[in-house]
Design a protein around this ligand. Structure first.
Ligand code: NAP
Length: 248
């Protein structure tokens, strides 16, 4: 367990799936949170489950790709706690699958908007506050397919590969100011995103995973928890693969 008492974290896409797992983990360690998501009802429900464990939680509803969503989330954190220590860019979409010659340009744009523009927008708003304190931990949730590619997911894999490039660039820009930036590349995790897959496809995926199961949101949350801790203060610009051994 990590001691995050007094720390302030923003987690995007925090209402469900991996983001909710991360938010719960950070709150259990004592962090105050701003959780950001699209769906107000689900967000309120998830936040109330976390608040029941006595952590202070603010919620912010909006699309991460709209700059005003990041501005609002940052204002909530600054007005209430005066700083932001941790940013976890988790919100992401899979988009429509298909070979590249079958995908619409609009579909590429839609995936980039959430998975890349959303991260860009949150980083732009949050980083000046981290620089003010000479302290920050940014963790971007990329994907195994951003590292190894995946037939049928040109839009998604390109967005996640782009996110890895963005992570390394920000790590270089911010290292001298004690702000670390890392990415986690999850393998296949049991959430709504993978529950849409046909049972046979899920079985085939599990056959390719040496640890013989899909991951759980908490498997990713534990790695985030490590990267935002003092134990990870000498780690920046890295991509941590959390995939049950699917990619070695
Ligand atoms: P999920 O279950 O679909 O949850 C994603 C959450 O993000 C949802 O609450 C969703 O809201 C929210 N969200 C989506 N677009 C948003 C936007 N534009 N603005 C604000 N919130 C938005 O997905 P997940 O599996 O937990 O995935 C979380 C992250 O991990 C994503 O970045 C994903 O690419 C990455 N990842 C997942 C897997 C996997 O196997 N599950 C593997 C590798 C990487 P709505 O539900 O209202 O749309």
């Amino acid at each position: 367990m990590n001691n995050l008492e007094g720390k302030v974290a923003i987690v995007t896409g925090g209402a469900t799936g991996i983001g909710y797992g991360i938010a719960k983990r950070l709150a259990n360690d004592g962090a105050n949170l701003v959780m950001v998501d699209l769906d107000a009802n689900m967000m309120k429900q998830s936040a109330s489950e976390i608040t029941a464990r006595t952590q202070e939680v603010e919620i912010s509803i909006g699309d991460v790709s709209e700059p005003k969503t990041a501005q609002e989330a940052v204002s909530k954190a600054i007005n209430k706690w005066g700083k932001i220590d941790i940013l976890v860019n988790n919100a992401g979409i899979g988009g429509v699958n298909g070979n590249i010659w079958e995908l619409d340009i609009e579909e590429m744009d839609r995936v980039y908007r959430t998975n890349l523009r959303g991260v860009f927008s949150f980083c732009r708003e949050v980083i000046p506050h981290m620089l003010e304190k000479d302290y920050g931990r940014i963790v971007n949730i990329a994907s195994i397919v951003g590292v190894m590619g995946n037939a049928g997911q040109a839009n998604y894999s390109a967005s996640k590969a782009g996110l890895i490039g963005l992570t390394k660039t920000m790590a270089r820009e911010l290292a001298s100011r004690n702000v670390t930036v890392n990415a986690i590349a999850p393998g296949f995790i049991d959430t709504e995103m993978t529950r849409v897959l046909d049972e046979k496809v899920r079985e085939k995926l599990v056959e390719q995973i040496p640890l013989a199961r899909l991951g759980l949101p908490r498997d990713i949350a534990h790695s985030v928890d490590f990267l935002v801790s003092d134990r990870a203060s000498y780690i920046t610009g890295q991509v941590i693969n959390v995939n049950g051994g699917m990619l070695m």
